[in-house]
Each structure stands twice: as structure tokens, then as C-alpha cells.
Design a protein around this ligand. Sequence first.
Ligand SMILES: NC(=O)c1ccc[n+]([C@@H]2O[C@H](COP(=O)([O-])OP(=O)(O)OC[C@H]3O[C@@H](n4cnc5c(N)ncnc54)[C@H](O)[C@@H]3O)[C@@H](O)[C@H]2O)c1
Length: 448
Amino acid sequence: MSEQREPVGVIGVGWVGLVTAACFAELGHPVVARDILAEKVAALSRGEVTIHEPGLEEMLRRNAERIAFTTDMSELLAGARLLFVCVDTPPTYSGDADLSRVRAVVEELPEGSDHVLIMKSTVPAGTGEAIRRDLPGLSYVSCPEFLKEGTAVEDFMHPDRVVIGADPGDEDAAAAVADLYEPLGEILHTDVSSAEMIKLASNAFLATKISFINEIANVCEEVGADVGEVARGMGLDERIGSSFLRAGIGYGGSCFPKDVTALKMLAGNTGYHFQLLTAVIEVNELQKRRVVGKLRAHLGSLLGKRIALLGLAFKPDTDDMREASSLVLAARLQGEGAEVVAFDPVASERAGELLEGVELTGSAMAALDGADAVVLVTEWREFAELDWADAANRMERALVVDGRNFLDPAALAAAGFEYEGIGRSASDRRISASSVARVQSTPRSLRP
Ligand SMILES: NC(=O)c1ccc[n+]([C@@H]2O[C@H](COP(=O)([O-])OP(=O)(O)OC[C@H]3O[C@@H](n4cnc5c(N)ncnc54)[C@H](O)[C@@H]3O)[C@@H](O)[C@H]2O)c1
């Protein structure tokens, strides 16, 4: 018989918390997971999974007997000594991270508690130090989370690195956390502030890479180069690496936008002006809007034009709509007087709460019916497999703006589409030279 593993407590059962709970249960630990939302806790206790994340539902089902969901803090405190804080840290109006939920958790801890608070939520450097100042007896460990939505379970179980930050006096607490992660991968031990900075700096660097390649894409359009080729050539240099060099319509999601801004503000609060991040943020905002210019170049005024958006979630394989590029795009298109129709394989319900005046359809094809153009916003695999020739016939005008450089321009041209990617002007030029594209891109109403 296997020995009883160390129980794990999880506070906040959202994307990070639920994956953390499921994965530690998978590793054999009894888990008590606490959230303040009674409805969410009730749903999870009934076995209903509240988010779309590949592999999560099966993992939760497999380990249902090891995980208890509760709203009750005392049940959590009685059930586990090691408490992972996974509450949300959204931006405030100032752009700083809102730490009110973290503070609420700290305030609920009884004085003299022998629990270990393990911070998984992304917090500004200095947060751990402040919490330890307020609760001098508390054991505190920073353990930032690096999982990506869409591959969260896989990322948790096979992390590139595990960062454990602890300050003098908390060596035993750090060792207890390291024991939990020992089966998973390489552990980097640091002090608390450095661990907090590693998380923010990592996200800011990835966002910078995205904005950089997006600017390169925009220049490629001016000079007739293909950003895909450029990125491939750059990525072969191992000092650069090939990941996060995909040009598109900008990053979104619950992490990059807020974490980049939070780091910029954190620096600003100390009197340091982080100029690079100001540019990263601005490039990202403008990149989403470039789609409107591309549509106008083909359609002229967008007033009364029916524009279909394929994909609404901020990335594929998730139903997370936080800071999704689709939100800005839909609003901008509506601002231009366009009629916006949209489809997402899993995010429609969440999107419906946020996208006022946007018609949501039950299938991709239904969104394309009678549309003057389609914008691919999220690269769901099923969109590559769509019957694009059929789509061309259904649309008023077979025009596609591929916001993720995801579709095959030649196949789209063969299907009768005018194709616009992001920084793919060289491939666009090759296509427009083909007679197929020229004949078939004629608006349907003008076709024989
Ligand atoms: N989502 C990601 O991909 C990701 C990746 C790495 C790090 N992070 C960071 O992890 C943290 C959590 O992110 P998320 O996306 O899981 O957030 P989320 O909004 O999906 O979940 C947060 C949960 O915490 C609950 N909560 C709030 N206050 C609480 C309290 N006092 N007690 C118990 N529960 C409480 C909320 O009800 C919610 O269910 C954030 O700091 C985020 O930046 C997120």
C-alpha cells in the first residue's frame, strides 16, 4: 500500500487553482480546494467542470475521491498545512495588480497559524515581503505558475522549470513545497522577490517577442517580405529560438496584458520608466486595429458590411475570453458601422456575455453565410479543415483576413478567396498572380 501523501490546500479554483487541484490529486495527494463562489463549488462538487481545458475533466473524474471542494475556510485549514493561493489578481484602474483577493485570503488566516502560504497568483515583486511583515509568524513561499491555457494540465505535469522562492527562516517550508514538485521537474530555488520577478519578467519577455515579430510583419508588408520565412530564419539561431515568433493580431488573455502593465507600473512606482514595455503594449493595441485597415483596403467603407469573426477565445483550446483580441476587433468593426457575426467552438457562451450586438452562430459555416469578409481571429484547428470552397460560395464576397497566419494562402486562393495575412505580403503576391484568385475573388453578386 502506498503511504498517505501530504495533503494540499488550494485557494481559488479558477484556471490555475482547478488545474493545481487536479494535478496534485493525480500525484496522489488529498486535496481540499476552496473558492468563495458557492455556485462554482457546488458545480465542481457535482462533477461539472467549470472551464474548458483539455484533459482536465478526465483527470478530475479519475481523482474525484481525492478532492474536496468547499467554500469553508475552516475546512481548508483543517484539511491541509500547505496552502496554494490561486486567486485572481486583475488590473486596477491604475494598471497595478489588484491584490485585494490576496489580502482577503491573508486576513482569513488565524494568528499563529502553522500553515504555509504558497503564492501561485501572479503578484508584484515585494508582495511576499509585505505579507510577511503583516504576519510575522507566517511561513511564506512564492511558487509562480507558468502554465498556459489550452495545455495547462500538460504544462503543470511537465513544467520547463519550477521556481520556489523563500526568504531566510522559511527553508523548511520551501523544502516541503519542493517535495511536492520533486516528481515533476527541475526546481530553481530563489528568494521571494526574485521568484516574483521571474514570473513578471517571463511574461513581459514573451509579450515583447510577440510585439517584436508583429512589427517585423508590418515592415514585411511594406517591403514585400514574408514574415513566416523571416521568423523561420530568425528562429534557427538558437540565441533567438523559434517560439513566440508567430505574427498575428496581437496577444490577449488573462495574463500577458495585465502582467506587462503590472510590471511597467511596478517599475514606474519606483521611479523607473520601463520604456520598452510602453512600446510593447502600444504595438499590441495597434496590431488588433490593423485588421480594420486591411478590410477597408478591400471593401472600402465597412458601413453595413457583414463581417464574420471565426474564433473568439483569446487562444484555441480554451473558452477564456479575458482580454481576447476579438473583443476589441468586434467593437472597432461595429464602430465602423459593420454588422458583426461570430462563431467559436467553445467560447460562445462566455463571449455572449461580453459582445453586445454581435450575432453568434452555431457553426462556422452559418457565420460565413452572406458575409462580405471573414476574419480568422483564433486558430482553432477545425477552421483549417473547413470546406473553404463551399464557404466561398456562401459568402457575399470571398475575402479572408487571416489574423493568425494559420490558413494556407494557396489553398484559400484555390478555393476562390482573396487572402490577406499578417506580414505575408510575399505569399499574397504569389497568389494574386494566379488567375484562379483573380477570377474567383469577384463578388458573388457579380459572378456569372
Ligand atoms: N490563467 C492562466 O493561464 C494563468 C497562468 C499563470 C498564472 N496565472 C495567475 O494565477 C492567478 C489566478 O489566475 P486564474 O486565471 O486561475 O484566475 P480565475 O479568475 O480563473 O480564478 C480565480 C478564482 O479565485 C476565486 N477567489 C477569489 N477570491 C477568493 C478567496 N478569497 N478565497 C477563495 N477563492 C477566491 C475566484 O472566485 C475564482 O474562482 C492570477 O494571479 C493569474 O495571473 C494565471
